[in-house]
Design a protein around this ligand. Structure first.
Ligand SMILES: [Zn+2]
Length: 353
């Protein structure tokens, strides 16, 4: 469990870093990065609904899951799959909130985004996330419920605008932007709180209608979550296919591997029979020893067949695993001969000779 959580936290960390970097560059340059999808690629119409940005961000972020699991030899629990989706949902929510807030302060701006300053950016992120559920329930900025929404948004809007107003040309705005950000957010908490509370009642009344009106937002959100989770899920599915110890629930570590090469099918057959007879008789170490005595130890133009013995072990208990497979050369590529494979586990120590 602790390993699962550690690996998930590492994945969540790398994913968050990727999202933060993307959002920072969005805020700096005013270009859409996270929410980028295929709609701008007129030549590739079929990509129109693919959330390209989230997919790429998720792939980059999933390195944390992979690294964490491999370091800990973790075979991810089924629950980890849900955790990956939940983490993706959380980060998409943060990213969309930030992008929506950027939109409201007039992004993208022709002379660069709202801020280049890290502190202002941090403050902006907190503000936009804290005030964010709005855009999933409200009907948006240009439809029938405009007036109500505008009044609802106004405290946040004015503060964000003030906070991020120092855009564009000035490089000296760093400190000033940060300070005015603090000032205006304090202002907001004093004057805006009452307004927000009363608006909350109104907001709740039309909750259902808005939910319906915002199905587009939900669709985008769902697509982005699915896209973002893809990388992490691929990592999890890959890890769950790796050989593991059932009692420790840990991935097995590779201890050694030997491959022998044969020019004729008859030679290969004889070697495979020797190995399989001993292996099926539970004499796994003898099978390994018999294997290295046959065929040649290097690949060449002449080789048409090969067989490989791989030994793995659990890093925690005594479990060893022997995996034997046979391959044939086809169009310069090695293809598995499935019926001539074998896998067995043992509590006794195995070594590649
Ligand atoms: Zn074990």
């Amino acid at each position: 469990m602790a390993r699962n959580i550690t690996a998930l936290l590492l994945g969540a960390l790398t994913s968050s870093i990727v999202v933060t970097i993307l959002l920072y560059y969005e805020a700096r340059d005013g270009s859409v990065l996270f929410s980028y999808n295929g709609q701008t690629l007129t030549l590739f119409r079929f990509l129109a609904w693919i959330p390209i940005g989230p997919v790429l961000a998720g792939l980059a972020g999933s390195t944390g899951y992979l690294l964490g699991a491999l370091l800990l030899r973790l075979r991810p629990a089924t629950l980890a799959l849900f955790a990956v989706v939940a983490i993706a949902a959380g980060l998409v929510y943060v990213a969309q909130s930030a992008e929506f807030a950027l939109y409201m302060v007039g992004w993208p701006q022709p002379n660069g985004g709202p801020t280049k300053n890290m502190r202002t950016f941090g403050k902006f992120m907190r503000t936009s996330v804290a005030n964010s559920p709005l855009h999933l329930w409200s009907s948006g900025y240009d439809s029938s419920e405009d007036e109500e929404v505008t009044s609802f948004f106004s405290p946040q809007k004015s503060s964000s605008a003030a906070q991020l107003g120092h855009s564009g040309d000035s490089r000296v705005d760093g400190l000033g932007g940060g300070v005015s950000g603090v000032m205006s957010s304090q202002d907001m908490s004093q004057t805006g709180a009452g307004k927000q509370l009363s608006a909350l009642g109104q907001w709740f009344e039309s909750f259902k209608a808005r939910l319906h009106a915002n199905s587009g937002e939900w669709f985008t959100m769902g697509m982005q979550i699915a896209g973002f989770a893809t990388g992490g899920l691929l990592v999890m599915f890959y890890l769950r296919r790796c050989p593991y110890c059932k009692s420790c629930m840990l991935l097995l570590a590779r201890k050694g591997t030997r491959t022998r090469y044969y020019s004729r099918i008859r030679d290969m057959r004889v070697a495979v029979d020797l190995v399989l007879v001993k292996a099926r008789d539970k004499q796994l170490q003898l099978a390994i020893d018999a294997h290295v005595a046959r065929g040649a130890d290097h690949d060449g133009n002449w080789s048409e067949y090969c067989s490989t013995v791989e030994v793995r072990r659990c890093v925690q208990c005594r479990l060893h695993m022997l995996r034997f497979r046979t391959r044939r050369k086809q169009d310069e590529q090695w293809k598995d001969i499935d019926p001539l494979g074998y896998t067995a586990t043992s509590q006794e120590q195995l070594d590649c000779a």
